[in-house]
Unconditional design. Sequence first.
Length: 254
Amino acid sequence: MTIDRTDRELLTAYVLGKPRSWVIAHADESLDEDLSGVLSSLIKRRESGEPLALITGTKEFFRREFLVTKDTLIPRPATEAIVEKVLQFLKKEEVNIQEIDSGISAYICHFHRKPIEAILDIGTGTGCIALTLALEGVTLPIIGVDTSHAAIKVAEKNRAKFGVSNVQLAHEDGANVIRNFHKPFLLVSNPPYIPKGTTLEKTVQDFEPHAALFAGKDGLDVITPLLMAAKNNPHCCGVVIEMRTDQIPSTDYM
């Protein structure tokens, strides 16, 4: 693939340690031989389809730069809407199921109106949801859970980067954590929900962790256990989950 001007400018900015605006303003300046060689190698990686976020090691989410690696899903704009829905839920504003991207929806379900005492972020990955909630002013205890030990390590680095104190991180099975949680809580999750066998863009298929993307024949192998565990726990106040829009009818049992 041929990379576009924006990616080239961003990679140049990354190599120079400057903002993109500086690169644009100094477009006629040349790099020295060493930096030119580094930039050339990064451009080749991008041309091979590797996502820009994995080359630079960061991705913007809710106006903040999160650390990312090949062990985590790259945060996406649609998931920012999940954060917004949770903030609305906590403020007791009216919040309903909504399509947040083409074919992707925020699934919302209210169970009861007990005062929420904690938030469970299942499949936390980079920690972008849990940490953003805290950075946006949520003071409740937030527990970020992931089955990937490597992903938890990345989330820990992001927690340290942002200096967040009310987010705990755990390498655990999400449904098990939900079943055994004994305080009123809100469940939030961006779980794997793509049906196995779906062909994705090369930048996603070849570079992002399949365990964070695919979830069985219908894409519900993770979502269903999470929702059942939430429904059966009397302490669960509700759920905010990202999923495919065509998966919502499959959750009518809620």
